[in-house]
Design a protein around this ligand. Structure first.
Ligand code: FES
Ligand code: MG
Length: 571
């Protein structure tokens, strides 16, 4: 009796007709209609998740990358088959791209699981797409390689270098302060984002690309290659071959995303002064493998991980400069004494083997040595206290240290609508020492946790030269923004957290030294306010919004859906 060969390629996971031979015959005859030769159809299959979309400017280069991945798979002896998933273009989505991240993760997971493939290459780039793809891929559990679209190149305008989107914010702040006129802001608008690729600074997309390389799920040296560089296309080609090799070796994403590699990624996040959003996304990705990231752990690592990389929004440089300076490899080499070197990567080598083999070039202007860091401690810190019992995040790398030990009077905005209606009111009772508070912008609010935590400085203060104030919310902040901004206050207002009970004039105290954030109002008064609060708005009647409201977890659990965690369960 001959043994049935192991099901690989198109013979995997046959459609269920109750007759496997018929299912195989039917599938192959349909596959033949695509014009492939019979031999090719017997090869192992590398699926390629493509996210090209004309609603996603950052993904303009995706078709070219997918073609290169295909080339790499074919040359290595596999059958590449591309498939579309949802694409999330950061600025085109309403209410927010985060609201759709879990939907994209579900799409990605189920299409990897449901279709016959031996490995998958994920091609993504814009803020939420890489996390969504990795969340889905970790749950699906196949051999996986991530390819990122790469960052935009900077543009030139009147002798200045401009890059999305820290410079977008810089000019908008000048415009609000009356320092820049209508014609100028329009000219700037035309020169901020000038090529394909993701935002040019250490925003969320660049941070997630860097973390993917630190996790070992991206080919070494590829996180920072500019979108329009020929090396970007070569990286895609090599990724196709790498995915096939992983399939042959039986190495899955679960062998790569482990507690140790997640810790390495956290170290890199801190050392690059990365986006606050990345803590939510990394928590969600790790959660899919059952790996918790308590915020106390973030603080522990933050205390022992210096900031080494000097990119915007905090420094002067852009991603293309990081690439030229040695890329994430240079950062990893500096961090080497702090990293777990036995972590497996997509090349089949461990992180330690990778770093041993790499050339040592590094431009010290962009990537500092471990012994002479930009800042001795990590860029992000978690604060806890009566205002945020389950934690809040401050990007201290992007903040004004003068406000690190601060007590002030709360000026409260109850929603995004309230904020936009009143922030520029000349009669707003506010001074530079006050604490601006935004409520109802968290994961459970109807606004879908927007990047609204970067509250504008009230116009009358901006015009008087005030550049920074302590700002607190349950919202997120763009990785391209800066200021003394406390985010992700958990539990959020909409789920009954104390943030929702703050009233104008309350005293709030923040101490970065003590990792504290406290509302100086007694419990009895807060209980009275909670009692008098209006009931929560009704859940959406139907569709994805209803699923989202019912299932979304808070920021400390990565805003994933409960039922998508490796082990579902709320704290
Ligand atoms: Fe896509 Fe910034 S808008 S990365
Ligand atoms: Mg962003």
């Amino acid at each position: 009796m001959t043994e049935t060969p192991p099901a690989i390629g198109l013979a995997r996971g046959l459609t269920n007709y109750g007759d496997p031979d018929f299912a195989r015959y039917l599938r192959l005859s349909m596959a033949r209609s695509m014009g492939y030769s019979g031999d090719l159809l017997k090869k192992p299959v590398v699926g390629i998740a493509t996210t090209a979309s004309e609603f996603n400017n950052c993904h303009r280069g995706v078709p070219e990358l997918v073609a290169a991945v295909k080339r790499g798979v074919l040359a290595a002896g596999g059958l590449p088959l591309e498939f579309p998933t949802i694409s999330l273009g950061e600025v085109f989505l309403n209410p927010t791209s985060l609201f759709f991240r879990n939907l994209m993760a579900m799409d990605t997971e189920e299409m990897i699981r449901g279709q016959p493939m031996d490995a998958v290459v994920l091609v993504g780039g814009c803020d939420k797409t890489v996390p969504a793809q990795l969340m889905g891929a970790v749950s699906a559990g196949l051999p996986t390689v991530q390819v990122v679209t790469g960052p935009m190149m900077t543009g030139r305008w009147r002798g200045e270098r401009l890059g999305a989107c820290t410079d977008c914010r810089r000019f908008w702040a000048k415009f609000r302060a009356g320092e820049v006129d209508d014609a100028t802001i329009e000219e700037v608008e035309g020169n901020l984002a000038t090529t394909a690729g993701t935002c040019a600074v250490m925003g969320t997309a660049s941070t997630m690309a860097s973390l993917a390389e630190a996790l070992g799920i991206l080919l070494p040296g590829t996180a920072a290659i500019p979108a329009v560089h020929a090396d970007r296309i070569r990286a895609a080609e090599a990724s196709g071959a790498a995915a096939l090799a992983l399939a042959r070796a039986g190495t899955t994403i679960r062998d790569i995303v482990t507690p140790k590699s997640v810790e390495n990624a956290l170290r890199v996040l801190l050392a690059i002064g990365g986006s606050t959003n990345a803590i939510i996304h990394l928590t969600a990705i790790a959660g899919r493998a059952g790996i918790p990231i308590p915020l106390a752990k973030l603080n522990e690592l933050s205390d022992t991980t210096p900031v080494l990389v000097d990119l915007k929004p905090t420094g002067p440089f852009y991603m293309e400069d990081l690439h030229a300076a040695g890329g994430i490899g240079a950062v990893l080499r500096e961090l080497r004494p702090l990293l777990h070197l036995d972590c497996m990567t997509v090349t089949g080598e461990t992180l330690g083997q990778r770093l041993d083999a790499e050339p040592g070039f590094v431009d010290r202007a962009v990537v500092r040595p471990l012994a002479e860091p930009l800042q001795p401690q990590g860029g992000l810190v978690a604060l806890f206290g009566s205002l945020a019992p389950r934690g809040a995040i401050l990007k201290r790398a992007a903040a004004d240290s003068k406000l690190f030990e601060h007590e002030g009077r709360a000026v409260v905005f109850s929603s995004l609508e309230d904020l936009s209606a009143r922030i520029d009111d000349p009669d707003l009772d506010v001074t530079a020492d006050d604490v601006l508070v935004l409520q109802n912008a968290g994961p459970l609010s109807p606004s879908g946790m927007p990047e609204a935590g970067y509250l504008p400085i009230p116009q009358k203060l901006a015009r008087a030269g005030v550049k920074d104030m302590l700002r607190i919310s349950d919202a997120r902040m763009s990785g391209t923004a800066y200021g003394t901004i406390v985010l992700h206050v958990t539990p959020d207002s909409a789920s009954g957290g104390p943030l929702g009970l703050v009233r104008d004039g309350d005293r709030i105290r923040v101490s970065v030294r003590d990792r504290r954030i406290d509302l100086l109002v007694d419990q009895a008064e807060l209980a009275r306010r909670a009692e008098a609060s209006p009931p929560a708005p009704a859940n959406p009647a139907r569709g994805y919004a209803r699923l989202y409201r019912r299932e979304v977890l808070l920021a400390d659990q990565g805003c994933d859906f409960d039922f998508l965690l490796e082990t579902p369960g709320r704290p």
